[in-house]
Design a protein around this ligand. Sequence first.
Ligand code: AMP
Ligand code: ZN
Length: 404
Amino acid sequence: MSDDIHKLRPDGMLPSFLRDEIVAKMAYLDENVASVTQDASGELHFRMRRPLTESETETFNQRANRVIHTLVSTSRAPRITIIEDYLDRPVPHADNPMNTLLAEGEIVQTGHGLYALGPLVAGLCHELESRLFQLGRSQGATPYRFPPMLPATYLEKIKYFKNFPHSLSFAVHLRENLDLIERFAAEARCQHDVLTFPTESLSGIRQVLAPTVCHNFYLFLANRILPRDPMVATAHGTCFRHESINLDTLERLWGFSMWEVIFVGSATRVQAALEQATRASSALMQEFGLAYRLENASDPFFINDFGSQSSFQNIFDLKFEFRAKLPFKQTTLAVGSRNYHQDFFGRQLQITLPDGSPAHSGCIGFGLERLAFALLAQYGTQRDAWPDSLRTPITMNPERLSSR
Ligand code: AMP
Ligand code: ZN
């Protein structure tokens, strides 16, 4: 790979609260972007897989400025409200656990943003998941199981394509046509990791890989009058978000596991339930010994009016995140979030309360690999150094695999 660096100085200074967001979004400008950094002066440095031609450079710079302009002109500095702060809790580990996990064969990368987890990390995820399910049950939830896909028509209806198009992944299959299937069988081969074949053999896209768990519950309740207030579900699912070159270690995966507790009902009941489930989640994080902070947040809306939607979430305290400390890079990482959607899904999907008004909804979700990763970053990969709450209950004996 050539090491071609393309530099771009944005017109005007970028507000510091938007820097990370802008750098992350630069990944989607062009397929040739291999990595993006920003230097202290604010200049963006793109490492390109191949040098851009003169005309490509012009288009590239226009795209970059378009994204920057949209983000800067529509965003306001968020008001950070810290609800709880346990970031200074002393934790014993300071190194990046990825190095040990890979070197000792505890995890194996199987693709971009994809890792197979061996017994140590899988055991930890399993324990976290069962404790989270218990938490869900303690909040009055009953368990549900959902498919890993959502109908494209549903995502269109809730405007997902307009707000988060960049990270979508799609489910397709071969068309039911014997000639095309035979042609596929004869011609399909991988070239540089990419499967090439006659594209006319592919079906249309009716299903999209689910980016989050709770949507399937709203779909489950669509066009119904709720029999109870609130309806409470707890579920686990594999979620997919293609975050391009930002996919990195266990922190950010293309396919990851999410556990959620989901509330659908009247505004007052949903908000009270969210409050109570947040307190239970905080208690659980403390039991795990996690160094974290709970603060308000907003979603990374992309193309469509990023700022106004994020500011809306910020002003009305619709989203909060549990952000765990990553000691090896002195940053925090969102391991869980609490979201209040007001009556958005109730209205879009005709989920109604007995009085005929649209239902409100909210959820709390934790990414299991992320939570496991944060705990490994804080406590290391030796189980004897883990807090008792994580160590004792695991019944499986995670035999350590020798290096391969
Ligand atoms: P969100 O719906 O964006 O608030 O995400 C909920 C939780 O899912 C986050 O707090 C993370 O723990 C997890 N998560 C989101 N995106 C990813 C990803 N790409 N890889 C791993 N975990 C993720
Ligand atoms: Zn959710």
